[in-house]
Design a protein around this ligand. Structure first.
Ligand SMILES: Cc1ncc(C[n+]2csc(CCOP(=O)(O)OP(=O)(O)O)c2C)c(N)n1
Ligand SMILES: [Mg+2]
Length: 662
């Protein structure tokens, strides 16, 4: 519903001009930043906020708020200016004045967690629009569970030419259209300019036809005509399909000499042009000043949102699903999960199954999904290989969002971004699978999971040459090291079913760190045959088998190679050499242990590491004189056992490396 009541269109123009002026002043003060997009999008954003947005800056995490995503993250000043004008208490004028400066919340690109009202970190083009697909899907899934009274909001996205040119946008648009995400509304900033100049130097795609082909509702407006914009939003909100509103805009609108040129994309306007813009806009206040009546008009949006929230709180109080709703949005019940996992681990240690860790993951998911009410599984078209769908799970479809398993299709990057969006939306806990080698197809979104501190779980199977005949295109070699290189990402490579259960427990209770579960295709014996309640994987690495007396050597291995290390220790023992075996399922957690703990695990004896991957990253465990048995190049296509022999990743090689050092 068009909510503009007593506010005149001329006031709306002033509201938009406040965004323009704050943007050009902040970029000028910082002597860096991007004035073009915020100035060009000021009218679209003002109409959206003034007449439609449902947000309450005094309760920035209100689950039922509309989501606003500035996918063209370089236009961060648009977000900061709006949040300042709306009255977010952490976005005073000091923040605007200190745009892009050390310690300010107003970072170069909008960063989730730095300031209220930033729903997702954007800047890598295409990520915002793709993350928003997950948010809009989460909204429909929660709507199916809790009804219109508690969950019925919109997700609005501003996306530029860059966002739509990025490949990930294809995956996101395709998925949103297929899932009929009617509450997703994307504004395309059709300014026909990117950094290198006019868009026609690099693209000739008919974007409107592209969206339509993916099942979207497509509209076109003059992005500087408030009523046209408002009418389109009204229409978009009513349509059951996701909507794309192509907004013909002028980059840097308001700057009399520079508007319309790529020169306003990413450089300060300069004092002269700023002066001229003030004159053109009829804005005669000094820098960083906004008239009270303009503030009042923006604050009215917050007042309206506050009333909506209070009404919603009332509805929640009287709703018989209130408790379940709150549980969904709370942190998972760690105690319940721990109890369930421990009972399961105890059974595993007794049964000692020989299963691939991808199978062990499926088994653990029966416990995880049976204990936590709001997990959402999925796979990028590899459900039967990743084993991500537990027995009670049902598919989420466009006709019925009540399920809990998402068929992401062959869209790894889109899946990773959508999982970020689901997690950021709140209320649901996503995990999703693909082959580990295709982490490279997910990486920019995985990096954002880590940077934002969003605990998404990546289930990545077929984690080495152990996958066999599919060959080197499918065999990760450098992938594990590259993921370990990513800050704030836990990479688990469990050795057996017990460690796999422990990894799931840690991943699902992690609050600010995402996880990768690197899982084998091939069967592995249970090495943890005596039960203990303590989650040993939480230490990152631990002594799996102590030497019989003072150690001659310490063998350290991960995942499928722990079995090889155990075998090597047996062979060494037969020769009278005392070897300890350390299992190291998570380097990041081990690095976080104190020196004494690490020393107790690693000891002083010579060490040999073993992992069917490159050595990079192993300096956490190995000194220059220590040995390593692993890969140095790409794999090959053959049965797994032959490959292990061919590349020399064998217990005999470990024994030889050990003997050479003692
Ligand atoms: C993935 C990615 N590639 C490149 C960039 C660098 N970059 C920032 S803005 C931009 C051009 C974007 O053009 P458009 O979306 O049309 O923005 P406008 O110039 O209209 O503001 C580029 C290439 C980036 N931020 N992210
Ligand atoms: Mg552009």
């Amino acid at each position: 519903m068009n909510q503009m009541t007593a506010i005149s269109t001329s006031m709306e123009t002033k509201m938009a001009n406040a965004i323009r002026v704050l943007t050009m002043d902040a970029v000028q003060a910082a002597n860096s930043g991007h004035p073009g997009a915020p100035m060009g999008l000021a009218d679209v954003a003002t109409v959206l906020f003034n007449r439609f947005m449902k947000i309450d800056p005094s309760a920035d995490k209100w689950p039922e708020r509309d989501r606003f995503i500035m996918s063209a993250g370089h236009g961060s000043m648009l977000v900061y200016a709006i949040n300042h004008l709306l009255g977010y208490d952490d976005m005073g004028m000091d923040q605007i004045r200190n745009f892009r400066q050390m310690g300010a919340r107003t970072a170069g690109h909008p960063e989730y967690g730095h300031a209220k009202g930033i729903e997702v970190t954007t800047g890598p083009l295409g990520q915002g629009i793709s993350t928003s697909v997950g948010m809009a899907l989460a909204e429909r899934m929660l709507n199916a569970r809790f009804g219109d009274e508690l969950m019925d909001h919109y997700t609005y996205v501003l996306a530029g030419d860059g966002c739509l040119m990025e490949g990930i946008s294809h995956e996101a648009i395709d998925m949103a259209g297929h899932m009929k995400l009617g509450r997703l509304i994307v504004f395309w900033d059709d300014n026909k300019i990117t950094i290198d100049g006019a868009t026609d130097v690099s693209t000739s795609t008919d974007q409107k036809a592209r969206f339509a082909a993916a099942g979207w509702h497509v509209l076109k407006v003059n992005g500087h005509n408030a009523d046209e914009i408002a009418d389109a939003i009204e229409e978009a909100r009513k349509d059951p399909r996701p909507s794309m509103i192509a907004c013909r805009t002028v980059i840097g609108q308001g700057a009399p000499n520079k508007a319309g040129s790529h020169k306003v994309h990413g450089a300060p306007l300069g004092d002269e042009e700023i002066k001229a813009t003030r004159v053109a806009l009829g804005w005669d206040l000094p820098a960083f000043e906004v008239p009270q009546d303009v503030y009042d008009a923006w604050r009215a949006i917050s007042v309206r949102g506050n009333s909506a929230r209070l009404e919603w709180e009332n509805r929640l109080k009287n709703n018989d699903k209130a408790d379940a709703f709150k549980v969904s949005f709370d942190a998972p019940d760690a105690a319940a999960l721990e109890a369930a996992i421990n009972a399961y681990k105890s059974q595993l240690s007794a049964d000692a199954p020989k299963v691939a860790t991808r199978k062990a993951s499926e088994m653990a998911l029966e416990i995880v999904n049976g204990t936590l009410p709001n997990t959402v599984g999925g796979s990028a078209d590899l459900t039967g290989s990743n084993l991500t769908k537990s027995s009670e799970m049902t598919a989420v479809t466009a006709d019925d969002y009540s399920g809990d398993y998402i068929h992401y299709g062959i869209r790894e990057h889109g899946m990773a971004a959508a999982m970020n969006g689901i997690a950021l939306h709140g209320g649901l806990k996503p995990y999703g699978g693909t082959f580990l080698v295709f982490a490279d197809y997910c990486r920019p979104s995985m990096r954002l999971s880590a940077l934002m501190g969003v605990p998404v779980t990546y289930v990545m199977t077929h984690d080495s040459i152990g996958l066999g005949e599919d060959g080197p295109t499918h065999q990760p070699v450098e992938t594990i090291a590259s993921l370990r290189a990513m800050p704030n990402m836990m990479v688990f490579r469990p050795a057996d079913a017990v460690e796999t259960a422990e990894a799931w427990q840690i991943a699902m209770t992690s609050e600010t760190t995402p996880s990768v579960l690197s899982l084998s295709r091939q069967g592995l014996p249970t090495v943890r045959t005596s039960h203990c309640d303590r989650n040993k994987s939480a230490q990152g690495a631990y002594v799996l088998r102590e030497a019989d007396g003072a150690r001659d050597v310490t063998l350290i291995a991960t995942g499928s190679e722990v079995e090889i290390a155990m075998d090597a220790a047996d062979q060494l023992a037969a020769k009278g050499i005392k070897a300890a075996v350390v299992s190291a399922p998570c380097f990041e957690l081990f690095a976080a242990q104190d020196a004494a703990t690490r020393q107790a695990v690693l000891g002083d004896a010579p060490r040999v590491g073993c992992e069917a991957a490159i050595r990079q990253g192993w300096d956490l465990f190995l000194r220059p004189e220590d040995g390593f048995v692993g890969m140095t190049g790409f794999g090959a296509s053959a049965p797994a056992e032959e490959l292990y022999k061919h590349f020399g990743i064998t217990s005999e090689a470990l024994v030889a490396a050990a003997e050479a050092r003692i």
